[in-house]
Ligand binder design. Structure first.
Ligand code: MSP
Length: 509
């Protein structure tokens, strides 16, 4: 049996969930649902990253103890994922007791194995990144590329991980495993970073400066650097090497992330795993950034789009569909309400919603609420093979992580079926008593096609799938394979209220 272990980054709780976080989490949910539909064994891990300076500062700003503050925001992430119908297998928090114990055990291990040393250090520290920067992190003006702020010069004693010792092995691994980092552009970016000598990694913060973290087990004047703590979640979630759960999932781990955290994931994390003697991940799957009206999503700019607002207005399926379909996987995309509404009306209201309503309404009206008995003719067989072709392509796209194509596939199928309906005009056939058999053939075919679409659409739009199966008299999806014998003749079906009522933008309303 195929096995997949999908992870998302653990989101910092110093921001509320927005569509950027929602995107990665929906991608993980869609991949998990798809692979499960085809019988694979899947585990989906997401969660929140709760330690560190930035979060301690936010808690202080809110006048709360850090633990109370992080509990609240972490719950908001869970609520957002529930609202979006995201089904994870574990929501891990870096403040979970089992995670904290695991991090200390791993720190002690690499300390005992000689991979950690103490040193006085002066470096360029970016508070936003919560790490020391090197030349490749700075722009021409010497500012942090991500935060557009000059780093501060900080001098302090700290503990360092001998990351540099693993540089050659990491380069070899990336060169010998072209599939390790996907897409290729990010693999080249990582190899580019690795052309420069890798520094050792500062993995502690003095308690004099920060207490909100996991204590170093070998020196309690220090807490662990947030990234060293957070990255370990991918392994701690299963209890670590030597547990059945680790052996079952770790060999098939796929880390999903956006381009902002490629360096920490594709460089820091593999070298940490090498030091710990744990196998490297199977794959890093990197996507681009959602921008809003061409700008970065930022609280300061005030352009944060909350997934909750969108689901309230358009329904969760529409949000899941739009985010998946409108971003070419791996590239950046621009979010605007106009584009959202345009795609919603074209793909969901006019294509899938219309297909469902004209199939179910006409069938219920003309055949007493049952699927008519009929035999497919030449044109119907052609339509069936067209849909099978689209389904096969969808599977290829899925394996190649072309997730925008995967999401668009059921809509492409809907268009093909709508064309068939326009050609045959069943509403006209219904008026001619001599053409009952033709009407049964066309509407029977429409019902079968609608069922096929209800099946393939499930991973991206689970509500739509459920409602279509219910309308077609099946309580739930029966798997990913196409079965043209279903729904069988005589099955009771029902009309659904408009699935995706047409909408306007806020400005138009
Ligand atoms: N806490 C670290 C990750 C630790 S993982 C061991 C972190 N957190 S974060 O809250 O900043 O999340 C970054 C991730 O959120 C991105 O890699 C991506 O998955 C998602 N996104 C956040 N903003 C995004 C966009 N504007 N567009 C697309 N995805 C974005 O980094």
């Amino acid at each position: 049996m195929d096995t997949y272990y999908f992870t998302t980054p653990l989101y910092y709780v110093n921001a509320r969930p927005h569509i950027g976080h929602a995107y990665t989490t929906i991608v993980a949910d869609v991949l998990t649902r798809f692979h499960r539909l085809f019988g694979a064994d899947c585990f989906f891990l997401t969660g929140t990253d709760e330690h560190g300076e930035n979060i301690a500062a936010k808690a202080a700003e809110a006048g709360l103890e850090p633990q109370d503050f992080v509990n609240g925001v972490s719950d908001e992430f869970k609520a957002a994922w529930k609202d979006l119908d995201i089904h994870y297998d574990r929501f891990i928090r870096t403040t979970d007791a089992d995670h904290e114990t695991f991090v200390q055990k791993m720190l002690q291990k690499i300390h005992d194995d000689g991979h950690i040393y103490r040193n006085d250090y002066t470096g360029r520290y970016c508070r936003g990144c919560e790490r020391y920067l090197d030349d490749s992190d700075l722009d021409e003006e010497g500012r942090c590329r991500d935060h557009l702020k000059a780093p501060e010069e900080v001098s302090e004693a700290n503990y360092f991980f001998r990351m540099s010792a693993f540089q050659d092995r990491l380069v070899r691994h990336i060169e010998e495993n072209p599939e390790f980092i996907f897409p290729e552009a990010y693999r080249r970016e990582v190899l580019g970073f690795l052309r420069e000598p890798l520094h050792d990694l500062c993995i502690s913060r003095p308690k004099a400066r920060l207490t909100w973290g996991i204590d170093l087990p070998f020196d309690d004047d220090f807490v662990t650097y947030v990234w060293f703590d957070a990255l370990l979640n991918y392994v701690s979630a299963h209890g670590g090497p030597g547990t059945g759960s680790h052996d079952r999932w770790w060999p098939d781990v796929h880390h999903l992330l956006a381009k902002d955290i490629v360096k920490t994931h594709c460089i820091y994390w593999p070298t940490m795993l090498m030091a710990l003697g744990i196998d490297l991940p199977k794959k890093f799957v990197v996507h681009g950034y959602w921008n809003i009206n061409s700008g970065k999503i930022s609280k300061t700019v005030g352009n944060v789009v909350s997934p909750l607002d969108l689901t309230e207005r358009f329904g969760r399926d529409a949000v899941r569909y739009y985010l998946m379909a409108a971003m070419s996987f791996g590239q950046d995309a621009d979010f605007t309400e106009e584009l959202f509404v345009e795609r919603y009306n074209a793909d969901l209201a006019n294509t899938l919603g219309n297909l469902a309503s004209r199939t179910l309404t006409l069938t219920v009206k003309n055949f007493d609420g049952t699927v008519p008995a009929s035999e497919p003719g030449v044109r119907e067989r052609e339509l069936m093979s067209e849909l099978e072709g689209l389904r096969d392509r969808m599977h290829e796209d899925l394996r190649a992580f072309r997730l925008h194509k995967v999401a668009q596939s059921p809509v492409a199928m809907g268009k093909v079926v709508n064309r068939y309906i326009d050609e045959h005009e069943p509403w006209k056939l219904a008026k001619d008593p001599d053409r009952r058999e033709d009407l049964a053939r066309v509407l029977g075919m429409q019902c079968r096609c609608l069922r096929v679409i209800a099946g393939v659409v499930e991973p991206v739009m689970p509500d739509l799938s459920r409602r279509l199966f219910e309308a077609l008299g099946e309580p739930e999806s029966t798997g990913g394979e196409i079965d043209w014998n279903l729904p069988e003749a005589g099955r009771s079906i029902s009309v659904v209220p408009p699935l995706f009522p047409r909408v306007g933008t806020k400005a138009q309303n």
